[in-house]
Design a protein around this ligand. Structure first.
Ligand SMILES: Cc1cc2nc3c(=O)[nH]c(=O)nc-3n(C[C@H](O)[C@H](O)[C@H](O)COP(=O)(O)OP(=O)(O)OC[C@H]3O[C@@H](n4cnc5c(N)ncnc54)[C@H](O)[C@@H]3O)c2cc1C
Length: 300
């Protein structure tokens, strides 16, 4: 059992920022991560909208974040937090490897990818269906792949894949994309990105690996032979480990201006909280505010 003042769950950009600010304020904390330091940044092809970097690979930015932790002498505790509950003003966290007690908890757990909900879908996870172009794109060099989604992530990753694969069939259920105009124009200018709008995917087939998808628009049905399907249709907040009731909006944690949830001393930062824009700049903003608020309360 490990005891600390602040326990940060998740080491994406929001959790890392919270850790840096706590370190500089001299407040003891544990920064806990279940998989990769950098969170979703490490899974992003290119980041072109983060001030200070005209354009940077997601992996490089994640490595910079890791380096900054090292320079600040911040260690990462690798564990998956399975449950969090509060008793007598303290939080009890149960990990796969250890148990922890803390006065404050900062949830920086981000979001999980949504699937399409089709028959056979799970059978093809890792066998043609992927949620990460940067992780799996290279497996499909010079092949034809499909990508579904219409937001910035979908457009960015379609552009990334277009430089590796033969053709990208970009499928979106609406005529208009939700993403930034710059990205939409780049996608439209790319010869090997073929747009299917408004289309939905209604069938996945293949023996041991995805081989074909069926797409539908009004009455029109088409089959596309593909080696892979990349899914970017949205996210669900990662909050299942929290065993206490808090105020939610659409599943996302509602916080006050200091990033505190409706449960005293429980903070939620980054993509996991209710907000209008889920980006690196807003994630790091939240991390700084939460740690500053905790520091202020500790010094009162
Ligand atoms: C494909 C893609 C492209 C993107 N491109 C851009 C872009 O160009 N510019 C931009 O600004 N933003 C971009 N974003 C959004 C940006 O990556 C996110 O807004 C940002 O990473 C959110 O940071 P976070 O710290 O809230 O969460 P995350 O980065 O999701 O990190 C959450 C961390 O928590 C960990 N975690 C979760 N549960 C547990 C648990 N139980 N125990 C321990 N650890 C746990 C996860 O492993 C993860 O490391 C993109 C996102 C995607 C998916």
């Amino acid at each position: 059992m490990k005891e600390t003042k602040v326990f940060i769950v998740g080491s994406g950009p929001s959790g890392i920022t919270a850790a840096i600010y706590l370190k500089r304020a001299g407040i003891p904390f544990i920064l806990c991560e279940k998989s990769m330091v950098g969170g979703k940044v490490a899974l992003t092809a290119k980041v072109d909208n983060y001030p200070g970097f005209t354009s940077i690979d997601g992996v490089e930015l994640a490595l910079n974040l890791q380096e900054q932790l090292k320079q600040n002498e911040i260690k990462v505790t690798y564990d998956t937090i399975q449950s969090i509950h509060k008793e007598n003003e303290l939080f009890y966290l149960e990990g796969n490897k250890d148990q922890y007690i803390a006065k404050y908890v900062i949830l920086a757990t981000g979001t999980k990818e949504k699937g399409l909900g089709l028959d056979n879908e799970e059978k093809f996870y890792g066998k043609g269906i992927s949620f990460c172009a940067i992780c799996d794109g290279a497996l499909y060099k010079n092949k034809d792949v499909a990508l579904v989604g219409g937001g910035n992530s979908a457009l960015e990753e379609a552009l990334y894949l277009a430089n590796i694969v033969n053709k990208v069939y970009l499928i979106h259920r609406r005529d208009e994309f939700r993403g930034d105009l710059t990205l939409v124009n780049k996608v439209k200018d790319k010869d090997n990105i073929i747009l299917y709008t408004p289309y939905i995917i209604n069938k996945l087939s293949g023996t041991n690996h995805l081989e074909e998808i069926q797409i539908v628009s009004n009455e029109e049905v088409e089959s596309l032979s593909v080696s892979a399907l990349f899914i970017y249709i949205g996210y669900i907040p990662t909050l299942e480990m929290l065993k206490e009731d808090i105020l939610l909006d659409n599943g996302y944690a509602v916080v006050d201006e200091n990033m505190m949830t409706s449960l005293p001393n429980l903070y939620a930062i980054g993509d996991v909280r209710k907000k209008n824009l889920r980006q690196i700049v807003t994630a790091i903003n939240d991390g700084a505010i939460a740690s500053y608020a905790i520091g202020k309360r500790e010094n009162e």
